[in-house]
Write a protein that binds this ligand. Structure first.
Ligand SMILES: Nc1nc2c(ncn2[C@@H]2O[C@H](COP(=O)(O)OP(=O)(O)OP(=O)(O)O)[C@@H](O)[C@H]2O)c(=O)[nH]1
Length: 941
């Protein structure tokens, strides 16, 4: 079944360079184009690319030959294709190499296909490695020089001064760049090519495809060097045309490891090498079999270069007459020089393990380049090619760094500490899951009977009798009901629940909302509903105290409908149970409802795995040290396990259940009290088990460091002002609304402020009241604000936060705004919202200047002599050039001068000279309009 492929995948399949394939696809005019090598290709597109590339093989060379011949004299243009090919390219190459003698470092850089100017340095460097032999070789081919393209001569004047074409140069370029593998057919020619392959590689990397002379020359040279052997071979190929060998000029070797390709320190001549090996009693056998392989999975530098070379050659097959691989192989066999070259490159190439860059999540372009021993500009260029603007300081994430590094044959490894490596957040396989007990939290208004209900439930446990009444001594316990086990978090009130949630922990499956039948829905009832809703935990309503004379369950039900808690009998989906904690009436009904709700939720966990869970509470016991009540959520916790929680860890020394019985293991949903930890973890802190103590140590050290940074960051945040943070969050699109928790001294003012807040805002920003209440600002309010997805602000009217609330607010960076005048409260919230509105960008015209004359200045370009007709003209201000009513160009005022002096601004009635940044076509009569952009704070008015 045909499937989609990305360009680079197709390139791999075709064994050509991915960048090159991008260029090819776009050049081929197939009716579609690709942006980069990550572009996805459909099967038909893949087919047409393959077909086009295959079909192009004969045409491409001809086209190139024609193109190249056009650049030459008309006389040359008339020559047969082969001849043109032979002649044209050779000379330029030779010349370039001459030039190259003066430069060295630049050639180590890899260039992109568009970096035309880089070609020269690369080529120049070749000069350095020339040998007398090579010069001789070039001399043997006078036609090469004679037919050098004119453009090249013009461009590279110095080159012409030095005659010298070296056969090796010709050869190596041919071998690498041209399908002219034919060059290799001539053994004596091929050998030098191998020797200088490294140089060739450098040149290839730098040679831009677009630069016709550069790209074509080497390719064309090749036929020149090997024309004799080629002829026969091409004929044998049948379909091949004489022009075919020229095709490679179009190709360009893929940009590859600049290090390897560039660090050419010199060349060892074959004879010297032979002598040296002989002196060491070593044999010298040319060919690939003698090449050090690098062994195992690690590619040696030479093999890497081979790979690169191979890709280039194979890619050119698309244009060439037949697979070059075999010929290439054959030529390798004859290429004794390769052995020498391999040895040489091993010296300059980093070992495979050194080609791994270790980063901690991110790395800057500069550092990445440094790690690879290349220039930052090269990395930046690669990024730009991939569509990402970058500078040396740009920070790259791991994925991007890995992608770019791969371009240079480096691997990036992320060595940042990641707790996810130890704390498994992946769900367990469905078939490993087993039903677990629901974990229930009881919440409700003060005195509505939470504690009494928990007592009643505990007493109802079928096992309570044998324990002589449960000596409940930990913050959670399990009750065995006729419908199965139920775990209760014994945390009457919201504290623990919200504290857990503020830490991002979710320990509860079901909330039992206790509402006294005689008292009805009260502020904390509503608060409890909001907490449960925020935590997305289903609610079961327990209407308590039905034994009381004034009990009116229906009134409670009616009141709760306002909060969308509608009993089933009224068409809703909330389970309501009428109970009496005091009289222990219908406790079973409550437990049944819990079991039913649990069943609906299909609560399951895998028991046979390392335990994970949550700390319910912890304290320091004088005799036992840190004691923690933990709830196992998945897996089984065993005595002796190494448990990690936040900054602390330790082996579980003792383990007790809710009845103070010593136990050895605890499964899912089971609360246990443990000792053995190195400190007191916070409530809501997750825990997990690791197998190695050293891992536990590393994790806790990292967490401690992380927490330390968080504290510092939150301090910095406080000084910066939380309101700005909220604004920034909204500005970044992280917050669509300003969430508000509103507390007041009396219901009337709370209602009034709530209504006023509701009217604030517009389509862009608005408030969302997530909770209102009468009374002081409590820790619960702060926890609710902190646990809101995008943070919330607490507004207190005539009320203050208690000490604990203020402390927690500081800890979590929750903003509390207190007021005693309603108007002030409204205005402050309006101000916050307005701050969240995107500012309006306005244009302010500063002045106009008329162009009276123009002249050009070196380095600056066109200078306009202008007269300021109104306002002022300011240097660096934005400017647009007007011709009549038309805006010709918009940019900035570049230089601004009065007579010979630079001026900052010039006022009405004065003349001055100015330039428009990046624009020279200024004409007399044009008007320069100078303006600036200013951001105006948006308001609701
Ligand atoms: N008549 C009657 N009284 C009850 C019932 N449940 C609890 N009470 C009484 O209501 C009062 C408060 O009960 P608690 O269980 O302490 O209520 P709470 O919600 O835990 O109170 P806080 O812990 O202060 O939030 C006590 O005097 C209980 O005896 C009940 O079902 N019927």
């Amino acid at each position: 079944m045909p499937k989609q492929q990305r360009v680079y995948e197709l390139a791999q399949e075709l064994e050509i360079n991915k960048q090159e394939l991008v260029s090819k696809i776009n050049e081929l005019d197939l009716g579609f184009s690709v942006n980069n090598y990550m572009t996805v290709l459909n099967p038909p597109e893949i087919d047409s690319i393959k077909a086009a590339l295959g079909g192009k093989k004969a045409e491409a060379p001809r086209k190139k030959a024609t193109k190249s011949s056009k650049k030459k004299s008309s006389k040359k243009a008339e020559e047969p294709a082969e001849e043109k090919v032979e002649a044209a390219p050779a000379a330029p190459v030779v010349r370039r190499r001459r030039k190259a003698a003066t430069e060295e470092e630049e050639s180590t850089e890899e260039s992109t296909e568009t970096e035309v100017e880089v070609v020269r340095p690369t080529v120049r460097r070749r000069r350095k490695v020339e040998t007398a032999d090579e010069v001789e070789e070039s001399a043997e081919e006078p036609e090469v020089e004679a037919e050098a393209p004119e453009e090249v001569e013009a461009e590279e004047a110095p080159a012409t001064e030095e005659p010298a074409a070296e056969e090796a140069s010709v050869e190596e370029v041919a071998a690498e760049e041209a399908p002219a593998a034919e060059a290799e057919e001539s053994a004596d020619v091929a050998e030098p090519a191998e020797e200088t392959e490294e140089v060739a590689a450098a040149a290839e990397e730098e040679a831009p495809a677009e630069e016709a002379p550069a790209a074509e020359e080497p390719a064309a040279e090749e036929p020149a060097a090997e024309a004799k052997s080629d002829a026969g071979e091409e004929a044998a190929d049948g379909a091949e045309t004489p022009a075919a060998p020229v095709a490679p000029p179009v190709r360009r070797p893929p940009p590859r490891n600049p290090k390897g390709g560039a660090k050419v320190l010199g060349r060892i001549s074959e004879s010297v090498l032979k002598d040296r090996l002989a002196a060491e009693n070593k044999d010298f056998t040319p060919g690939p079999s003698r090449r050090p392989s690098g062994g195992g999975g690690s590619r040696s530098s030479s093999s890497r270069r081979r790979g690169r070379t191979k890709r280039v050659v194979e890619g050119s097959d698309l244009y060439g007459p037949k697979s070059r691989r075999s010929r290439r192989g054959a030529s390798r066999g004859r290429s004794r020089g390769r052995a020498k070259k391999t040895q040489k490159t091993e010296i300059t190439q980093a070992a495979e393990h050194k080609r791994v860059i270790r980063i901690e999540d991110v790395i800057s372009v500069g550092d990445l380049a440094h790690s690879m021993g290349i220039k930052a500009a090269q990395v930046a260029m690669k990024l730009i090619e991939s569509g990402m603007m970058a500078t040396v300081n740009t920070t790259l994430d791991f994925e991007t760094a890995a992608l770019i590094a791969d371009e240079f044959d480096y691997t990036v490894e992320n060595v940042a500490f990641d707790i996810a490596n130890f704390y498994d957040t992946n769900p367990d396989e469905e078939e490993t899951l087993e039903r677990r007990a629901p974990v229930v939290t009881v919440m409700g208004h003060v005195d509505h009977g939470k504690t009494s209900l928990l007592d009643a439930v505990r007493a109802s446990s079928v096992t309570s009798g044998e324990a002589g009444g449960i000596t409940q001594h930990i913050g959670a316990y399990m009750v065995e009901t006729t419908a199965g086990m139920v775990t209760f978090l014994d945390t009457p009130g919201h504290e623990a629940f919200t504290a857990l949630r503020a830490r991002g922990a979710k320990a509860t499956d079901i909330v039992v909302l206790v509402v006294a039948a005689d008292d009805g829905v009260m502020p904390q009832t509503v608060e409890a509903i909001n907490h449960a809703r925020a935590a997305e935990v289903p609610i079961i309503v327990a209407i308590n105290k039905i034994d009381k004379p004034g009990a009116n369950p229906d009134r409670v039900k009616t009141a709760l409908t306002e909060y969308n808690l509608i009993p089933e009998e009224w068409g809703g989906s909330t389970l309501f149970v009428e109970v009496s904690a005091l009289e222990k009436l219908n406790i079973d009904g409550l437990l049944e409802a819990i079991s039913l709700q649990a069943e609906l939720q299909e609560l399951k966990a895998r028991p046979d795995r390392d335990a994970q869970g949550i700390v319910i509470e912890a304290e320091l016991d004088i005799g036992r040290g840190p004691v923690a009540t933990v709830l196992v959520q998945r897996g089984t916790l065993n005595r002796g396990d190494i448990l990690v929680s936040g900054r602390y860890y330790g082996r579980v020394r003792t383990m007790h259940n809710d009845r103070a019985q010593t136990i050895d293991k605890a499964g899912p949903s089971q609360p246990v009290e443990i000792t053995g930890l190195s400190g007191i973890p916070e409530a809501g802190e997750p825990f997990f088990v690791v197998t190695e103590e050293r891992d536990a140590k590393r994790i806790t050290e990292n967490v401690a460091e992380q927490r330390r940074k968080e504290v510092m960051a939150s301090r910095a945040k406080e000084s910066a002002g939380s309101l700005e943070d909220l604004s920034a969050m909204i500005a970044r699109g992280e917050m669509k609304t300003l969430k508000v928790i509103l507390k007041g001294d009396v219901q009337g003012s709370v209602e009034a402020i709530k209504e006023a807040f509701g009217k604030l805002g517009n389509d862009e920003v608005r408030t969302k009241i997530i909770h209102t209440g009468v009374g002081g600002i409590t820790e619960n309010d702060v926890n609710l604000a902190a646990s809101s997805d995008a943070g919330a602000v607490i507004v207190g009217f005539n009320v203050r936060p208690d000490n604990r609330a203020a402390e927690v607010a500081e800890k979590y960076g929750v903003q509390i705004l207190t007021h005693s005048i309603i108007y002030d409260a409204i205005e402050q919230v309006r101000g916050i919202l307005e701050g969240l509105l995107s500012p309006i960008v306005q244009e302010k015209v500063l002045g106009h200047a008329e162009v009276r004359e123009t002249f050009s200045a070196p380095k600056i370009g066109t200078i306009a002599g202008v007269y300021v007709t109104d306002g002022i003209v300011r240097r660096n201000a934005r400017a647009r050039l007007l011709r009549g009513e038309r805006v010709i160009y918009e940019s900035t005022v570049g230089s601004l001068r009065r007579f010979k002096d630079d001026a900052k601004e010039v006022k009405t009635g004065f003349e001055c000279g100015l330039s428009i940044e990046n624009y020279n076509d200024i004409k007399v009569g044009d008007v320069v309009e100078v303006f600036e952009l200013e951001e105006v704070k948006a308001t609701f008015d």
